[in-house]
Write a protein that binds this ligand. Sequence first.
Ligand code: NAD
Ligand code: IPM
Ligand code: MN
Length: 373
Amino acid sequence: SDSYSLLILPGDGIGREVMAEVRKVIDWLGANRGLTFRVEEGLVGGASYDAHGTPLTDEVMARAQAVDAVLLGAVGGPAYDDLDFSVKPERGLLRLRKEMDLFANLRPAQCFDALADFSSLKREVVAGLDILIVRELTSGVYFGEPRGIHADDNNPDNEGGRVGVNTQRYTSGEIRRVARAAFELAKKRGNRVCSMEKANVMESGILWREEVQWVHDNEYPEVELSHMYADNGAMQLVRRPQQFDVIVTDNLFGDILSDAAAMLTGSLGMLPSASLGAPMANGRPKALYEPVHGSAPDIAGQGKANPIACILSFAMCLRYSFDRAAEADAIEAAVERVLADGVRTADLMGPDGGTAVTTGQMGDRIVAALAAA
Ligand code: NAD
Ligand code: IPM
Ligand code: MN
């Protein structure tokens, strides 16, 4: 039997609640599919700040580098809003992404048939939706220098006297590697890539467009490539999302567009993600898997969180880190069956009046569906 090492970082708020449900799935696979994981847990975000005064210790960072894959819940919360920027929970997550060099963030948005009436858009717009946003994750305005807040000393006309600075910066190499990831993924799907930037107002956007086109022309001429300004892209995602197959875009546009795409599927609680780096010596990419949603302070501790995004993130882990497509398919099918049976967490209580269940009950139902398959 195969054995993989996993570092689980539940984080804060509902991150802890949804990760408990992933543990049920992991345990079931171990007991029934001979797929065993050496699971370690660690702290990240506010939980790490509370224990160690930092949102990510060097020790947890080193463990993340050493394991086969990292699973993360979510970080952040109002208790940490007033902390110094350098120790905010979100910094822990950003450090993991940056130091593991997880440049390709895969955010699929699939509309399960049972949820087609739950989207805020009409059923016919979203039914059957299956798109993949590939978000650049280690560069752009999230990391560009210079950055900071400083005094605007020599400018008497600036009321308040301060400046906030962030820098959108991309190298051609950073753009080419994420473009390659998008083209490779497109080849296994609908063979179409739409690249989004704002080349009409940003030089980094011009470079983005040119480099994506270069990778296409030199390495993937057989994949269909189109370009779109990101603002139009946001509108098109809502107008007719099924025109897209793979979307490749920068760090900030990808963050925003993927939250928008979430509502095409019915709930932010449905969207998984995989953050991948370059292949290591063993052929596997460095990888971190996490739901797209955050720690949801408004519902934390109430058993209301939808664990599906986190469970589907673990399915992506099986697929992309461990080549266990059969088990990943089985988990996705189990989720689909449970939804088809009308089992709903609170975020999915909508038009069909399904049965309201807690986070824990949803996890149990998914495991039961796995067992019944
Ligand atoms: P959020 O994603 O936590 O919540 C947005 C809304 O969606 C809330 O109403 C929430 O109740 C709902 N929601 C989210 N996930 C859900 C789920 N699984 N089931 C049911 N409902 C769900 O975003 P926010 O409120 O803007 O941010 C809260 C905190 O989370 C902030 O500190 C933010 O920085 C952090 N955050 C972390 C991550 C991450 O760890 N990857 C992602 C986004 C936000
Ligand atoms: C996400 C989140 C993060 C981001 C935050 C929490 C740092 O919104 O993963 O989508 O902005 O990347
Ligand atoms: Mn986000």
